[in-house]
Design a protein around this ligand. Structure first.
Ligand code: ZN
Ligand code: ZN
Length: 819
């Protein structure tokens, strides 16, 4: 870590009445005194924590102890020692603790100790990205242990080195894609390595979620199968960000029983953490630079989080406090920096120069210079995209402003963790955007500061993942009945379908892959082939977007962000699977809208709760992206809505839905004319709150509500997975329905708006233009559901009589595809 000059030496803007740096409570008092209504909904004091060390396990070899000592580690933290002990004893384990809590030592210790003790043993390390594997390689190589011979094996590894690595490296670092495409299909060449494999390390395992996570789960089962053929059962060590129920998630990912170590014993500085809700604007107020002709369904009613963050940044900088503001987009970061500069210059000419924007795309040297300037106080304020999260060593700040919920609690702590010098106190502020989840969180601090908020969700039983993965496994070695158990629920059905399709042949000894070529399966693409994003002028490939999201993200006119740099889509060529883009930073963002219809194909499980029914099942969704809105970045105002000409798409997926009897709605005081608006509003908010229960984002889920659905014959709200076969999100919603709908109800009821706003029941991507919506009736609907739904519901399997027919059309539905 770099030397940090004490902020007290910074003179600009400081006067005798400035608060002493290191007194975050005083700083916060000044910030909140700025406005009339108090925007602070909660203040949490996160106390400093002294670390708790443990002795080195007695099996630690002396050279390893010495190597860690050279790195400055005199003893492990207690959680590291505990995880290492479990793994060394042969128990698969997941370490799920905070950022910078030293998770890598927890797996390095048993893995390297084993490599030193057994000169034949090998270790396989998996990271979600090549960059992370390269970092880890540097860390392991830096220990300079004899005979470990660590090496990265990925797409960048020169051919000439690959043979050597297979034969001699004992600590191989790779990623799931390489394991899937390279190592497992070439298992014969890897047999020497696999038959001696002691540990499989799965780093950052919380990133294996949704459909990608489900694929990785089967890649790991394929790895276990190949090892088993050599009589080998490696121990899995997983490292995860803090998440809900890590043992269960790690168990789903590996298919093994996994113990969890979650008590973080590493030290940290104290932080005063404030939750900040920008004030509502007076009804007739127009936000300053509104050049908007049509302020229609999405006129913001709160001050935008960007403006609020810019003002807070100006205030902290004026107080001489070194502050980092996290903003989601590069354009947003620039808006925040520019507004803060302007405000500072108006107060003290020249002070604005102490604020800069920091974004992805800067050269390494430029980044280092900005970091240096901030740490030494030449700069006092920096507005940044979360590019900072990627390998930038910038900690020890006095204040961190977080503009909008960053999506997961792990990211929140990663960003807030930049504040706090050793021994010092720091301030962190989360500024809510006008979004249901942000609103809920600033009013429910227990969801942030209490237990972990989100569980990592994946669904290995997804037939759209399972069948291709079984084909890959069969191509590696014929499948046996015992293998079907390994691959779990649904494997037999998937194999049968592969036989029927002519991909596999059944023989007395098992199921054989029938083709010469291996199956082509992409772990990261789903819902159609991935679409390439190409810079038109240069032909440069910027990245890929999975087919399922491509209509939303890459329609003509879409603003596409890639590593913080903004592009605009010129054309989407669906036949060739590519989108042509050019670099451009307009001051609007784009939001695609689609129209959707849905039929129920099968009910998997349900809860009969009197007038209320809760269901999990398979549905067929037809959706079409029909238009997109342009919204001004700084203010959120709608500029216009433009039509699109894209084909409709069909999706067989998994949905959760609830029904209410019309009588129960009438008794709750909902007029018949308001039923549609009530359900529609509840659906929007429900979709907005689901990420609280599962790590999903807006592309992962869609919804639909209707006063009378032909398949349920009742008023119904559906929420479905946006991926073929489902990704586990709807299932998660079903299993946590009481909690999820309680949070949804509270988010709506506690929003201070009168008739509904983007913070509660409006949706930026509503296929119906947010019409009809009834905020008070949505609360009534959810009250009826919650009053009847048991908090701990035993799900029931449907009998034949329950099977719905799915013949009718879908008139009068309010659709919200993949919001
Ligand atoms: Zn509201
Ligand atoms: Zn809608």
């Amino acid at each position: 870590m770099q030397d940090v000059s004490p902020a007290a030496t910074v003179s600009a803007g400081r006067g005798p009445d400035r608060p002493p740096v290191g007194a975050p409570a005083e700083l916060l008092r000044r910030l909140r005194a700025r406005t009339g209504a108090d925007p602070v909904t909660h203040v949490e004091r996160v106390p400093a924590r002294a670390g708790e060390q443990a002795p080195w396990p007695d099996w630690t070899p002396e050279p390893l102890r010495a190597a860690f000592a050279r790195r400055g580690v005199v003893a492990p933290w207690r959680h590291q020692a505990r995880a290492a002990d479990l793994a060394y004893a042969g128990r698969s384990v997941v370490v799920a603790t905070g950022t910078a809590s030293g998770k890598s030592l927890a797996y390095q210790l048993p893995a390297l100790a084993t490599l030193l003790a057994d000169p034949r043993a090998t270790v396989l390390y998996l990271a979600p990205t090549k960059a992370l594997a390269a970092d880890q390689l540097r860390a392991v190589a830096g220990l300079e242990l004899d005979g470990v011979r660590p090496a990265c094996y990925d797409g960048d590894t020169p051919r000439a080195e690959r043979d050597w690595i297979r034969q001699h490296a004992r600590f191989v670092l790779t990623n799931p894609d390489m394991l899937h495409h390279g190592i497992l299909p070439g298992h014969a060449r890897w047999s020497g390595f696999l038959r001696r494999l002691a540990y499989v390390i799965v780093d950052e395992c919380h990133t294996y979620r949704g459909v990608f996570g489900s694929h990785v789960a089967h890649v790991l089962r394929r790895l276990r199968r190949q090892c088993a053929r050599f009589g080998r059962t490696p121990v899995f060590i997983l490292a995860s960000a803090t998440s809900g129920d890590p043992a269960a998630t790690a168990g789903r990912l590996t298919g093994l029983p996994v113990s969890a170590v979650t008590e973080d014993a590493s030290p940290r500085g104290g932080v005063t953490f404030a939750l900040w809700e920008p004030p509502l604007l007076p009804p007739d107020a127009t936000d300053t630079d509104a050049t908007v002709a049509t302020v229609t369904d999405l006129a913001p009613v709160r001050r935008s989080a960007l403006r609020e963050t810019a003002d807070l940044l100006a205030d902290t900088v004026a107080a001489g406090v070194r502050t980092l503001a996290f903003v989601r987009s590069r354009k947003g970061a620039e808006v925040v920096a520019a507004n803060a500069r302007r405000a500072l210059d108006e107060a003290v000419p020249g002070l604005g120069e102490r604020v800069a924007a920091y974004r992805g795309g800067y050269l390494r040297e430029e980044r280092r210079e900005l970091e240096r300037a901030l740490l030494h106080g030449d700069l006092l304020g920096l507005a940044s995209t979360n590019a900072l999260e990627l390998g930038v060593d910038l900690v020890g700040l006095d204040a961190v402003l977080i503009c909008g919920w960053p999506g997961t609690r792990a990211s929140l702590w990663q960003q807030a963790g930049r504040a706090g010098r050793s021994g010092g106190e720091a301030l962190a502020v989360l500024v809510a955007r006008d979004d249901p989840l942000d609103t809920y969180l600033v009013h429910h601090p227990e969801a942030l500061f209490g237990r972990p908020v989100e569980a990592t969700v994946l669904d290995p039983a997804n037939p759209y993942v399972l069948a291709p993965q079984l084909a890959c496994a069969a191509a590696e070695a014929p499948l046996t009945p015992a293998d079907l158990e390994l691959f779990g629920e649904g494997a037999k059905e998937a194999v049968d379908s592969l036989v029927e399709a002519g991909a596999l042949r059944q023989r007395p000894t098992g199921w054989y892959w029938r083709h010469r070529e291996r199956p082509e399966v992409d772990l990261r693409g789903e819902g159609g082939a991935p679409v390439c994003v190409v810079e038109a002028a240069t032909g440069r490939l910027l990245g890929t977007v999975d087919g399922g999201s491509s209509h939303f993200l890459l329609h003509p006119g879409a603003v596409y962000l890639h590593q913080g740099v903004s592009y605009v889509v010129d054309a989407l060529d669906l036949a060739d699977g590519c989108a042509l883009v050019h670099p451009e930073e307009p001051d609007w963002s784009t939001h695609a809208r689609d129209v959707t219809s849905l039929t129920v194909a099968a009910v998997r499980s349900y809860v009969d709760a009197g007038p209320v029914g809760l269901f999990l099942g398979e549905v067929d969704v037809t959706s079409q992206v029909v238009s997109y809105q342009r919204r001004r970045i700084a203010s959120g105002e709608v500029i216009d809505t433009r039509p699109l000409d894209l084909p409709a798409r069909e999706l067989r997926t998994v949905a959760v839905w609830f029904t209410l009897s019309p009588e129960s709605m009438t008794s709750a005081g909902i007029a018949p004319a308001d039923v549609s608006g009530a359900l529609h509003a509840a659906e929007h908010a429900g979709i907005g709150l689901l990420p609280l229960m599962a790590t999903c984002d807006r592309w992962d889920i869609g919804g639909l509500s209707t006063a009378l659905h032909p398949d349920t014959e009742a008023p119904t709200v559906f929420v479905y997975d946006g991926h073929p076969g489902g990704a586990g999100f709807a299932e998660r919603a079903y299993r946590t329905a009481a909690q999820w709908l309680r949070a949804t109800r509270d988010a709506i009821a506690e929003c201070g708006c009168e008739a509904g706003c983007p913070s509660c029941v409006q949706s930026p991507k509503c296929g119906n233009g947010n019409n009809p919506l009834s905020k008070p009736d949505a609360v009534r609907v959810l009250d009826v559901v919650l009053a009847n739904l048991p908090t701990d519901h035993p799900p029931r399997q449907p009998g034949p009589a329950d099977a719905p027919d799915s013949t009718t059309g879908a008139a009068g539905q309010e659709q919200d595809g993949q919001e």
